[in-house]
Structures are given as structure tokens and as C-alpha cells.
Write a protein that binds this ligand. Structure first.
Ligand code: NAD
Ligand code: MG
Length: 382
């Protein structure tokens, strides 16, 4: 096994915990850990992995944590600055960004600007700040490695492409979520609790709701657009209920490559860390005879209107992907709080288009100004 030193941003979440499991099995050193406010989990992680630094974004929680781990050598930082310092100021070679939402963008840039490879689970960072992240990655000569299972699948398939790539299209698979096959009428009264019952993946609350609305697949369209330099019309989505095929690529000769495996995020996490090499992993083998059948369907874009919204945002470019991402973050939260209906989400997210500034070259400040304007617009439209 190769030797690595990694930092994990969002270590207390679903991806964070699985990343620590990979690190433990592989014997990687952990330089820094960060989270929002989960003191208990962070204390246990500090005792188990002994990082140089740790940070909680929440100031009060960080103060509590500092007192609890005073007997260790881990330096506890706080606030957004503390999280960014953990991303940048350690001897880690790779930073896993597993923060949820736009909050992960500044830390991702901090890691890249410090010359670290970035293993990115935090798709919202790339969706909202695509050109900023890509520019920083190029400037600093670091690697941007996808952790999202679909993008890892495409990245793995691309290793077999010729030098001219000869790439015709990318095909993202989608589980379809808990509301697959339902009509708009049937979805009118569904609750966040219904949406939180995802059929194949166990994930954080925000992405689980995004999976139910299929906004997650929309985010992944935008993510694929930036990662692989493909226009929206060359990225297809197919619903695949079993989540065994994690995505596919089609070449100019119509040959199609797919990446398969049991649905366990530790494979894409480990591949991002060991690329281009492969090692044994804690994930169980795929037993195809036991799976027996795989099903595929075209997405119902009328019922799940979020896919079209994200395609439109890619076409408009500039700050539009950031705008629809911010609108969705707000709408996702409002639905979880029981303040809006599931079937209202798409219409409310669309308010982003009206307030987004048309601007091709944008700055980080523009992204956050758009974020604030869009969130206000969503509330005004409720
Ligand atoms: P989660 O909610 O389980 O964990 C989120 C982590 O981010 C937690 O550690 C939390 O403390 C931290 N965090 C939240 N807000 C923060 C803030 N303001 N500042 C600093 N830290 C903050 O989420 P998750 O399911 O692990 O997802 C993380 C990211 O990975 C998301 O972008 C998601 O879309 C992506 N992703 C997740 C999965 C999955 O299977 N869970 C798969 C693919 C991609
Ligand atoms: Mg995914």
C-alpha cells in the first residue's frame, strides 16, 4: 500500500466517516479533521486518529472540544478560518472535501491554493465555483479527484480511453430515489420523512432529499460538465434502480464502458486516494448472479423538473450553476422544515434565474453575492 497523509473536511458526516474507515484500513496518516458542530464524534475521531489539527466551524462547539481534548497534542481551531487552516496548513498531500453545500467551496480552494490534491465529494463546491476551482487546480498543478460515485465511475472508465479521448457521451446512472414511478399528483403530500427513506444509499439529509427530487442528478450533470469538459447535451441520465452500474462512457465507435460494484462509497473514496493504483478494499465482492437483474428507465423529467433546471444552468453558464445550487440549498432546507411542498421545489428553484447576474468571468465574491441574492429571492417567492 502507498503511504499517504490526508486531511478530511466534514469528517463527522457520512462520507467523512467512511473516509476515515478507508484511511484506517490503508494505514494512511490523518493530518487534520474538521466538522460543523458535532463535538462528541470529533472527540472520538481525534482520540482514534491523532491529527495535528482539528476544527469545528461552530465557535461554541470548538471551545467545548478544546477543553475535552486538552490531554492530546491536537490543536483545536474554530470558525470558517479554522476549517480553512485545516485544509491548507498541514503536511497532508491530499484533502478530502466532504463538507455539505457551498460551505465547502472556500476550504476546497484553500487546499488547492496550498498545493494539496483535492479529493472532492462536496459537489456543490464545483457546481457553484466550477471555473474558480478548475483555474486554481491548473495554477497549482494539483490533482482534482472525484469521489462522487458516478464521477469516479466515469473517471475510472476514462483510464481506458485513447489519447484523443474519442468520447461521444457520458451516461450518469441515477437510482431514481424513493419516489421513482410516482406522478406529481401522488407527490403533492409527501413529507421529508418519506423522502429520507432512500432505497440504496445511506447518506446525509441534504443529499438524500436531493436524491428524492433528482436535483442531486442535476448537480451531478453540472459536476460532470466541469470535471470532464463535456457540454450538457453530451451527458445523459439513465435511471438504474439497483445502483450496481455507477456510470458509463460511450466512445465514438459506440462501444460503452461501465464501472460496477456494490453500492459502497468506500470504493470511490479509496480510488481517489490511491489513483492510479489499486489495493484491496474493505468493500465486499459484487455477486452478479445474486443481483440477477438490472433495470433501466428514462428519467421522468416532467415530474422531476430539477434535471431540466440544471441543464439550463449549464447552458447559461457563468454564475447560473451557482445560482441554482444556492436556490436548491434553501429550498431543500425549507422542505426538510416542512415549510414547502415537495412539488413546489422546482418552481422555487427557478426564481434563481431571474436574480442571477449575467456574467461569464466571475469571482468568489460574485458567487457569495449570488448566494445571498438567490436565497432572498426564494423566500420572497414563497
Ligand atoms: P453529511 O451531512 O453526512 O456530512 C456533512 C459534513 O460536513 C459533516 O461533517 C458536517 O459537520 C460538515 N459541515 C456541515 N456544514 C458545515 C459548515 N458550514 N462548515 C464546515 N463543515 C460543515 O453529508 P454527506 O452525506 O457526508 O455528504 C457530504 C458531501 O458529499 C455532499 O456534498 C454530498 O453531496 C457528497 N456526496 C455524498 C455521498 C454519500 O453517500 N453520502 C455520495 C456522493 C457525494
Ligand atoms: Mg453521486
Amino acid at each position: 500500500m502507498i503511504k499517504k497523509t490526508i486531511s478530511i473536511l466534514g469528517s463527522t458526516g457520512s462520507i467523512g466517516v467512511q473516509s476515515l474507515d478507508v484511511a484506517k484500513q490503508a494505514g494512511f496518516s490523518v493530518a487534520a479533521l474538521t466538522a460543523n458542530s458535532d463535538v462528541k464524534t470529533m472527540e472520538a475521531q481525534i482520540r482514534a486518529f491523532r491529527p495535528q489539527k482539528a476544527a469545528l466551524a461552530d465557535e461554541a462547539a470548538a471551545k467545548d472540544l478544546r477543553a475535552r481534548v486538552a490531554d492530546t497534542s491536537t490543536v483545536v481551531l474554530s470558525g470558517k478560518e479554522g476549517v480553512e487552516a485545516c485544509a491548507a496548513e498541514t503536511d497532508a498531500d491530499t484533502v478530502i472535501d466532504a463538507i455539505v453545500g457551498l460551505a465547502g467551496l472556500r476550504p476546497a480552494l484553500a487546499a488547492v491554493n496550498a498545493g494539496k490534491d483535492l479529493a472532492l465529494a462536496n459537489k456543490e463546491a464545483l457546481v457553484a465555483g466550477g471555473s474558480l476551482v478548475l483555474k486554481a487546480v491548473e495554477e497549482h498543478g494539483v490533482r482534482l479527484l472525484p469521489v462522487d460515485s458516478e464521477h469516479s465511475a466515469i473517471f475510472q472508465c476514462l483510464q481506458a480511453s485513447p489519447p484523443n479521448r474519442a468520447l461521444k457521451k457520458l451516461i450518469l446512472t441515477a437510482s431514481g430515489g424513493p419516489f421513482f414511478g410516482k406522478t406529481r399528483k401522488e407527490l403533492k403530500n409527501v413529507t421529508a420523512a418519506d423522502a429520507l427513506r432512500h432505497p440504496t444509499w445511506e447518506m446525509g439529509a441534504k443529499i438524500t432529499i436531493d436524491s428524492a427530487s433528482m436535483f442531486n442528478k442535476g448537480l451531478e450533470l453540472i459536476e460532470a460538465h466541469f470535471l470532464f469538459g463535456m457540454p450538457a447535451e453530451k451527458i445523459d441520465v439513465v435511471v438504474h434502480r439497483e445502483s450496481i452500474i455507477h456510470s458509463l462512457i460511450e466512445f465514438d465507435d459506440n462501444s460503452v464502458l461501465a464501472q460496477l460494484g456494490v453500492s459502497d462509497m468506500r470504493i470511490p473514496i479509496q480510488y481517489a486516494l490511491t489513483f492510479p493504483e489499486r489495493y484491496p478494499s474493505p468493500v465486499r465482492e459484487l455477486d452478479l448472479a445474486q443481483v440477477a437483474t438490472l433495470h433501466f428507465y428514462r428519467p421522468d423529467e416532467e415530474t422531476f423538473d430539477c434535471l431540466g433546471i440544471c441543464r439550463e444552468a449549464i447552458g447559461k453558464g457563468g454564475l447560473y450553476p451557482a445560482a441554482v445550487n444556492s436556490a436548491n440549498e434553501e429550498v431543500n432546507l425549507l422542505f426538510r422544515q416542512g415549510k414547502i411542498r415537495f412539488t413546489e421545489m422546482g418552481t422555487l428553484i427557478r426564481t434563481a434565474f431571474a436574480v442571477c447576474e449575467d456574467k461569464n468571468d466571475y469571482t468568489l465574491q460574485d458567487v457569495f453575492a449570488t448566494d445571498a441574492a438567490v436565497r432572498r429571492a426564494v423566500h420572497a417567492a414563497m
